[in-house]
Write a protein that binds this ligand. Structure first.
Ligand code: CP
Length: 315
């Protein structure tokens, strides 16, 4: 089987079949992650550079674990410890790394478009681990995986994405991914946290009234208020934001009995999500999303790098 993509940069380039294969491959790696020795030799000999030029807990750690579980060699690189602080250009940095005969670069960067530029410069496989306000495709895949596990399918599912739509690369990948998979999408945000032209989002509906929309949602996806990207004062205070757009205990009563709550992390508790909802034993799938991060990243590495099946079916 040959996967029809070299890179994972723009989720909109993937078809429904490509995404379904990714999710099914992720599911097949669950068994490996439950073994005593959680490692298979499928990517033995591959060299992967994790270039994180912005902070990360979940994405970075889960990529590193995924690489180790597939027996790839990893180089962790990026940020203020590199010669970019001495003025080295991105293209010289990438040329240098490629001189080591690497196979893949996984990149997080504050500038939108850096993963595509690296793909054009390098000729090696590239995965976007979050670029500026643009995309975060493996986050979308792990979100889809978690929703699929809970709900069984996407067709006709009502998914609300709530919060800082304008600054969210998570939303930049998740909205198109949900559309590709056949879900109905609602973008819910204060007018000041929507793009100037909300129609460009591609959501089926756009609303600024969370309480009006909440009773129809099967999945309530809360976005982090990205304080590091806010300019000006898009809302009067964090308390006011929580009152109008936070998923509070009070709003539990407005939700469908089987509605689930997702969040990409890190959470601003008491701002977009109260602890009651973040830790809700029936509704919250946030830690399932974290675990799905390992599974979908193993799947992405395996499919893009053409891994062997060695050890996967062996036990
Ligand atoms: N969801 C996410 O990208 O988290 P990190 O910034 O911790 O990687």
């Amino acid at each position: 089987m040959t996967f029809p993509h070299r890179h994972l940069i723009d989720i909109a380039e993937y078809s429904r079949d490509d995404i379904m294969l990714m999710l099914e491959t992720a599911a097949s790696f669950k068994e490996v992650n439950e073994r005593r020795i959680k490692q298979v030799p499928t990517l033995k000999g591959a060299t992967i550079v994790n270039m994180f030029n912005e902070p990360s807990t979940r994405t970075r750690s889960s990529f590193e674990i995924a690489e180790k579980r597939l027996s790839a060699n990893s180089l962790n690189f990026g940020g203020s410890s590199t010669s970019t602080v001495k003025g080295e250009s991105l293209s010289d940095t990438v040329e240098t790394l490629c001189a080591y005969k690497i196979d893949m670069i996984i990149v997080r960067d504050k500038h939108a478009g850096v993963p595509r530029k690296i793909a054009d410069l390098s000729g090696v496989h590239v995965i976007d681990a979050g670029d500026g306000k643009h995309q975060h495709p493996t986050q979308a895949l792990l979100d889809l995986y978690s929703i699929w596990e809970e709900k069984g399918s996407f067709e006709g599912l009502n998914v609300g994405i709530v919060g800082d739509i304008a600054h969210s690369r998570v939303c930049g990948s998740l909205l198109p991914a949900l559309k590709i998979m056949g879900a109905n999408t609602v973008a819910i945000a204060p007018p000041t946290l929507l793009p100037a032209r909300p129609d460009v989002l591609g959501a089926d509906e756009v609303s600024s009234d969370l309480d009006a929309v909440l009773p129809d949602l099967d999945v309530v996806y809360m976005l982090r208020v990205q304080r590091e990207r806010l300019e000006g004062a898009p809302f009067p205070s964090l308390r006011e934001y929580n009152l109008l757009y936070g998923l509070t205990q009070k709003r539990d009563a407005l939700m469908k009995p089987d509605a689930i709550v997702c969040h990409p992390g890190p959470i601003n508790r008491g701002v977009e999500l109260d602890s009651f909802m973040a830790d809700h034993p029936e509704r919250s799938v946030i830690l399932d999303q974290v675990y799905a991060g390992i599974l979908v990243r193993m799947a992405a590495l395996y499919l893009l790098l053409g891994g062997s099946n060695d050890g996967i079916d062996a036990q």
